[in-house]
Design a protein around this ligand. Sequence first.
Ligand SMILES: [Zn+2]
Length: 354
Amino acid sequence: MSNKKRNLIERLDSGPVICAEGFLFEIEKRGYMASGEFVPMVSLENPEALENLHKDFQHAGSDIVQAFTYNGHREKMRVIGKEELLEPLNRAALKIAKKVATNPLGKEQNLMAGNISNSNIWKQDDKKSQLEVEKMFREMVGWAVDEGADILIGETFYYAEEAYAALRVMKETKLPSVITIAPYGENIMRDGISILDTCKELEQRGGDVVGMNCHRGPDTMMPYLREVRKSLKCHVAGLPITYRTTKNHPTFFNLPDNNGCTCKTPHETTFPTALDPMQCNRYEIGKFAKEAFDLGINYIGVCCGATPMLIREVAESVGLKVPASRYRENMENHYMFGKNRRIPKHIKDYRGKA
Ligand SMILES: [Zn+2]
């Protein structure tokens, strides 16, 4: 029976908090969204598919149920000519998230998060576009508060000033605010502010949790998270994508798949539909989560590429036991690689050639 529900900061003060993101990729893989276009119509068209994904992430240990309104903003709805569905889409996504969050698998309810993100019309030094974006944030945040959000998440910002604007709007509600940035391959915000300075400024402006999400895999996000954790006093968030980004290709946007070829000619890029061969395995994601937690980063998750299996790995790597832990890999009883006494010798002996 869930009696007291702790707020986000109480939870973070006492240990790790797990947050599954990456709904866009996973819903697309499950067949309910067009890649590239990426509009979260799923909350209206296939609500049960969205509810199932939330439940799967909850089962895998996500403490936060983030309403799937990423890209569900006025500008994107205009692009696809369905602006009239903006509010119904947002409210449906929020209601589904709330339903799952208030039906926890453990003793304590999950936290339902309202979500705003990169608008893709923000333009540096253009007051008109900036006011437009602020209006988009304000209407979405309003619906989130209406539908009972416990926290607000602003994420995937690549302009520092846009992140500041998002935080300002979120803070008007007094709800705990998580704000995470997603710099591109130049390793700097598009308005020229460094990653570290942007995070410092977000803390100064009252972000309760500040950090990074999306665009970067563990290897190209961690170096910045180390700096951010050292310089900030507030809680820090780290939610990488699950692909093997490199120094030469710090984000997934231009990540090539050379398929073992070592020639110098760049092969075709793979974003967003052919990234699969560069997928991090569960142990790589677990290693990231453990390192982040050991550094003092308590808000940990996975963005694009997230699956319930990887969320479980994150949770277990920071010492948590979750409902899905019951099905953690158990090689003991594998027919060839296991140690079970019943496995015949001629089967075991064949391992090297299998
Ligand atoms: Zn992402």
